[in-house]
Write a protein that binds this ligand. Structure first.
Ligand SMILES: Cc1cc2nc3c(=O)[nH]c(=O)nc-3n(C[C@H](O)[C@H](O)[C@H](O)COP(=O)(O)OP(=O)(O)OC[C@H]3O[C@@H](n4cnc5c(N)ncnc54)[C@H](O)[C@@H]3O)c2cc1C
Length: 401
């Protein structure tokens, strides 16, 4: 039997960030994942799963020792954002210059974030990476959780963290239920190259069916997140490349000219989901295991990284005060801190999704006016930019420079 202080189930971006944040502490940590992430891939290939990483998340990734390697692999800063409504004239343009920043954030392939975090974990002597591995049973005791792996190995831990994504196995084993609903939308994703350069701008066109985003990458490429109804998604996935590219150009009103190259396509059904509790004795949920939101403002992993940074801070403080890191007294601080921020962001994203999905004339009129007003009133614009950059609210220490 091997004894740990912390076992993280799920070594995705969020789980790995938590372990990295607690690297170089006295804690013995294990990270368990079903899969072994790839560290290398052909230089000319593009991962179709990408994330818009906010400034707050950039600070977290810097402070846990992953950012420098990410930059050496590939990240793309964007300095402008342009959002418009397909049903009217309302549009808003955000610029990094409006808030005196060099950029608004970065678009990064998920695999780059994953590889950088894994590389960092490998450097840490207090972290064991167990993957590929699967937990077959959990036994909740007063002082510890006993974790049995499928190969028969038995581990114990003072705290188990569920970072195993939106269909979290740990969450269901802990009997924690979720609330939420299906969006009746599927995000079709790919990476394209366009005739005209994206000008380091994140573009988003809202249609009643769903938003279409072109997010800037290197070499004039853009990451596409096209949210449509599930039948339309199926149809888009079945098209040959040339026809899909033509459909995409039309849906984007030829804003960047024609689409000249395209990677493979993928699809993700979208849902809003929130765990009723983030904690129970000796357990905490972080990232998508705790909350899944619509990707329209690219906030999902940013919320997850804030969870990881906050939980790391709560655990570090508890260690200093010689408290039991798996106790409810310690974990309640994490839940209180993150739940309110996450609910506020989820409500905002859900509200935007509904607002832009409505075809009622008064709603259309109101949202177009809202976009125009946001664009023309500098304090309102700055407020939005600070929120979008993750710099508002009660930030954990790791999210500060
Ligand atoms: C189309 C799309 C676009 C998006 N764009 C953005 C964006 O621009 N910005 C943004 O912030 N967010 C974005 N998101 C959201 C973001 O991808 C997620 O919030 C993020 O991936 C969550 O990270 P996670 O580590 O919590 O979970 P996951 O990424 O789901 O990772 C979970 C990990 O747990 C492992 N695992 C699963 N089950 C088990 C098990 N039983 N045992 C062990 N390991 C297990 C998996 O192998 C995986 O490694 C987007 C999402 C979608 C669908």
């Amino acid at each position: 039997m091997k004894n740990y202080d912390l076992i993280v189930c799920g070594g995705g971006m969020v789980g790995a960030a938590l372990a990295a944040a607690l690297g170089d502490t006295a804690l013995r940590i294990a990270v368990i994942d079903l899969y072994k992430p790839k560290l290398r891939w052909p230089k000319d290939s593009w991962g179709i799963r990408t994330c818009a990483i906010t400034r707050a998340s950039q600070h977290i990734l810097e402070n846990v020792g992953a950012w420098e390697y990410m930059v050496s692999r590939r990240v793309h800063p964007y300095s402008e954002m342009h959002v418009w409504d397909s049903t009217g004239t309302g549009a808003v343009h955000f610029s990094a210059a409006d808030v005196g920043e060099p950029n608004l954030g970065h678009i990064v392939e998920n695999r780059v974030i994953q590889a950088a975090l894994l590389k960092r974990l490998k450097e840490l002597s207090n972290v064991d990476i167990l993957c590929p591995a699967r937990i077959s049973a959990l036994e909740w005791g007063e002082e510890q959780v006993t974790v049995t792996l499928e190969d028969g190995e038995v581990l114990t831990t003072a705290l188990l963290v569920g970072a195993d994504g939106r269909d979290s196995w740990v969450r269901s084993q802990a009997g924690i239920t979720t609330q939420g609903w299906e969006y009746d939308q599927t995000a079709v994703i790919t990476v394209v190259r366009t005739e005209r350069h994206h000008r380091d701008t994140a573009w988003q066109r809202f249609t009643p069916e769903g938003p279409l985003a072109f997010l800037p990458l290197g070499e004039g490429r853009s990451s596409i997140v096209w949210s449509v109804n599930p039948q339309h998604a199926e149809c888009l996935l079945s098209l040959d490349d040339a026809t899909f590219m033509t459909e995409l150009e039309q849906a984007f009103e030829h804003t960047l000219g024609s689409v000249t190259e395209m990677a493979e396509r993928g699809a993700f059904p979208l849902r809003l989901q929130h765990a009723k509790n983030y904690i129970k004795p000796r357990l905490a949920l972080i990232g998508d295991a705790a909350h899944a939101i619509h990707p329209l403002a690219g906030q999902g992993v940013n919320l997850g990284l804030a969870d990881a940074a906050t939980l790391a801070e709560v655990i570090s403080d508890a260690l200093q005060q010689k408290r039991d890191i798996g106790s409810m007294r310690v974990l309640r601080r994490y839940e209180r801190w993150r739940k309110s921020d996450n609910i506020a962001m989820m409500a905002a994203m859900d509200g935007f999704k509904r607002l832009f999905g409505s075809e009622l004339p008064p709603v259309r009129w109101g949202r177009n006016l809202g976009l125009t007003l946001t664009d023309t009133i500098p304090p309102v614009k700055k407020h939005f930019i600070h929120h979008a950059m993750g710099m508002a609210g009660h930030l954990p220490r790791l999210a500060c420079r």
